[in-house]
Write a protein that binds this ligand. Structure first.
Ligand code: SF4
Length: 415
């Protein structure tokens, strides 16, 4: 297949495909799917070998957010029966982080719901990072606190944060249909603030919100332009009690095509399978490892993942290995670019990094189409024959399990 030969050759050279080639990946058929995975797998192994980076989420503050991101169980007005609690104490957060690290996680992701942190919140997170690094100085810490004000990124960097997560989530065109309380430009600004302060940028997307193929390609190219060092790919978890509860637009095959497209556009960048992995890839998760080089271990912010040991077994059974603390995640040339950006010595066209992710990420409809799930919403262009809704109308809400253990509870974390 000429398309895949071309994409493989470009990916092995670290080159980015054209927009048309990225769209063509999303349009491949089920008969071509294993060829698509194999081609993306060659690119993945070129830059990341068989390593899988494990990341562990600690939700420092859950629910009660004043923002209205339609996809989010913690949003304003959410009826989702999630855990709700205010800031964990540093020792509580450190205990949760320790469990993740003991389970093999190399990076701990400290997330808090909310529009953005106050300066007092930065103090709290500073104390929490100190408690975690006291126990394990080598652990990477990524912070996700929402929109940053001036000088907050610098304070986090000085306090020991390695990365900041803030997802773009969807295309600029569709952002306003998902979230009204902040803008796409606000998100880009925070990614740039984080990167400008020398924090590694983690920024990704959410698929399955009713977006078109063009929207997906738009946001993935935008992430590449921003210079995100890691790209979390979330698959919408349609929580009961949120506006997107009925949005079951994804199949395992569709998810694999999306992951492959993200990999081809970001051949030498960390691509992480994030929320929704178990819900949407299901028994096809191991194939996702052939494309992505990073996953979350155990549970997510407000929903449960599969058992941490099952994650480890899956990695081993598929012939991959957990990336160690002493191993570099990014290829040398990408790490050099990130370091140059952090020291202000320039990184070419990637004027600033981007990336956040965490629990926040917009989702939603296209500006020309009402949010999927609303009475007048047309079928998303990307849904096609492999969309769960159009194919069989199946709502798999049985697969969404609210997190009831770990941070904010008396029960042991899943790691
Ligand atoms: S994604 Fe973040 S900002 Fe948006 S509602 Fe959820 S917690 Fe709040």
């Amino acid at each position: 297949m000429d398309l895949l030969d071309t994409l493989t050759a470009k990916g092995l050279r670290g080159e980015v495909p054209t927009r048309e080639e990225a769209l063509a990946v999303l349009a491949t058929t089920d008969d071509e799917l294993l060829d698509v995975v194999a081609a993306a797998g060659k690119v993945r192994r070129r830059w990341f070998g068989r390593r899988v980076k494990l990341n562990y989420l600690v939700n420092l503050k859950s629910g009660l957010c004043p923002e209205d991101c339609s996809y989010c169980s913690q949003r304003l007005g959410s009826k989702a029966e999630i855990l709700k609690y205010t800031w964990l104490k540093p020792d509580q957060a450190a205990d949760a982080a320790r469990a993740g690290v003991a389970g093999g996680a190399k990076r701990v992701c400290l997330v808090a719901s909310g529009r953005g942190p106050t300066d007092r919140d930065i103090d709290r997170v500073t104390d929490t990072m100190a408690a975690i690094k006291d126990a394990d100085p080598e652990v990477e810490i990524c912070v996700c606190l929402g929109l940053l004000s001036d000088n907050q990124a610098e304070r986090l960097k000085a306090a020991g944060a390695d990365a900041y997560n803030h997802n773009l989530n969807t295309s600029e065109n569709t952002y306003g249909a998902i979230t009204k309380t902040h803008t796409y430009a606000d998100r880009v600004d925070t990614v740039q603030k984080a990167h400008g302060a020398g924090l590694s940028a983690c920024s990704g997307l959410i698929a399955g919100m009713g977006e078109t193929d063009e929207d997906l390609v738009d946001v993935v190219f935008a992430l590449r332009e921003l210079g995100s060092d890691s790209v979390p790919v979330n698959f919408l978890i349609p929580f009961e009690g949120t506006p997107l509860a009925k949005e079951w637009n994804l199949t395992p095959q569709r998810c694999l095509r999306i992951l492959a497209m993200v990999r081809f556009v970001n051949p030498d960048t960390e691509v992480r399978i994030a929320g929704g992995r178990e819900v949407h890839l299901r028994t096809m998760q191991p194939l996702g490892l052939h494309i992505a080089n990073s996953i979350f271990l155990g549970d997510y912010l407000t929903s449960e993942g599969q058992a941490g040991q099952t994650d480890l077994d899956m990695i081993k059974d598929a012939g991959f290995e957990v990336e160690g603390a002493g191993e570099a995640t990014l290829p040398r040339h990408r790490a050099d670019v990130a370091a140059a950006a952090a020291t202000g010595s320039g990184c070419g066209t990637a004027a600033s990094a981007c990336g956040s992710g965490g629990g926040c990420g917009p989702c939603g409809g296209h500006e020309h189409a009402p949010l999927a799930g609303s009475a007048s919403a047309p079928a998303p262009a990307s849904e096609g024959a492999d969309g769960a809704n159009s194919a069989n109308g199946e709502l798999r809400d049985d697969l969404v399990k609210v997190r009831r253990r770990g941070a904010g509870t008396e029960l042991a974390p899943n790691a």
